[in-house]
Design a protein around this ligand. Structure first.
Ligand code: ADP
Length: 327
């Protein structure tokens, strides 16, 4: 018989993502609705180790659904990698009687939760909060839609200036070693080429395409590069293109951290609310040590020990569409 979960802690860990606040709100309010005490844990696992934990009320999460970042703050916690650190965390939780945890973060945070729940009898439920969308077992992650829309808005603006000056812009987007933000934002902005880590970058092919466009006097070009592209990012690509095609007026724009911030999109608020609610239900129903995803518009639960980075398989058809539509 599984123990009844009556006091839960919620934390945000690893890289921040827009929609984390909407998710915290859902966890807090669902927990309270079902009669649980809910505690906010500050700065990810650091708050567990350092006992930075406070009880939350329904009002504690008022007016945050539309805010980016995370009111609980986040961190990368070195101490949690050590058994001493995790023991301290466990002692702090048990002092307060916390007997269930909801962890909003990426695959690293899930690995931490898995390690902790193997050692101690505190069930954990993970929620995928990452702009990179690089976790297997879910079609969406909280924050991806907002990040990709921010990238689209920025690239649209850059296209205006590219068009005014007949320029080639190489735009670098985030995603760590995943190319989802680049792929989605590149397709949505009509990029001439999209360079992602999941597909080997053939620089000769990129140059050939640009040279062919130069012959046709098509000088306004946008190339979207994922930060994790093995070829070396926007600066590196620009250097080579400038050397090989001196006629091209090449500029680089690295979008950077603007992609992490800002008000979450409706879609991110919806999935954050749904997943947050579902995480509390998991703890109530004894569905322990899983993370909550969504597959084909249904909640989908994956054991934390199977939480792995998703390697994107890019269909060749997508890349063909990019080439045809950008001609
Ligand atoms: P993300 O969750 O965004 O992937 P990280 O990979 O940085 O971010 O992980 C966040 C935190 O999770 C780490 O700083 C650490 O505190 C904890 N963590 C990650 N992996 C482990 C592990 N194997 N054992 C214990 N804690 C871990």
């Amino acid at each position: 018989m599984k123990k009844k979960v009556t006091k839960i802690g919620v934390l945000t860990s690893g890289g921040d993502a827009p929609g984390m606040n909407a998710c915290i709100r859902a966890v807090v309010r669902t927990g309270i609705y079902y009669g649980m005490d809910v505690y906010g844990i500050m700065r990810g696992y650091t708050g567990m180790v350092e006992n930075d934990i406070f009880q939350m009320e329904s009002r504690s999460v008022a007016n945050i659904i539309q805010r980016g970042g995370t009111i609980l703050k986040t961190s990368r916690c070195k101490d949690f990698f050590t058994s001493e650190g995790r023991k301290k965390a466990y002692d702090n939780l048990t002092k307060l009687g916390i007997n269930g945890l909801v962890i909003i973060g990426g695959d690293g945070s899930f690995r931490g939760a898995q390690t902790f729940s193997n050692e101690y009898d505190i069930p954990c439920v993970g929620l995928p909060g990452t702009i990179d969308k690089d976790i297997a077992g879910t079609d969406f992650t909280i924050g991806f839609d907002t990040a990709v829309n921010t990238a689209v808005e920025a690239i649209d603006k850059i296209r205006d200036t590219a068009d005014a000056h007949d320029r080639l812009f190489i735009i670098e987007v985030m995603g760590r070693d995943a190319g989802y933000i680049a792929l989605h934002s590149g397709i949505a902005t009509g990029a001439e080429n999209i360079l992602i880590p999941e597909r080997k970058t053939d620089i000769e092919e990129v140059i050939k395409q640009l040279a062919e466009k130069e012959r046709r006097h098509k000088l306004v070009n946008i190339i979207v590069v994922a930060e994790g592209d093995e070829f070396g990012g926007a600066d590196e690509i620009a250097k080579i293109i400038k050397a090989r095609l001196p006629m091209q007026d090449v500029r680089v724009c690295i979008l950077g951290h603007i992609q992490r911030g800002g008000s979450p999109t409706c879609f991110d608020r919806l999935i954050a609310s749904r997943m947050g609610y579902s995480a509390v239900e998991c703890l109530m129903e004894g569905k322990f040590n899983v993370f909550v995803g969504m597959v084909n518009n249904r909640m989908y639960f994956t054991p934390l020990n199977e939480a792995v980075k998703k390697k994107q398989r890019i269909s060749e058809e997508w890349m063909k569409i990019v080439r045809i539509l950008a001609s």
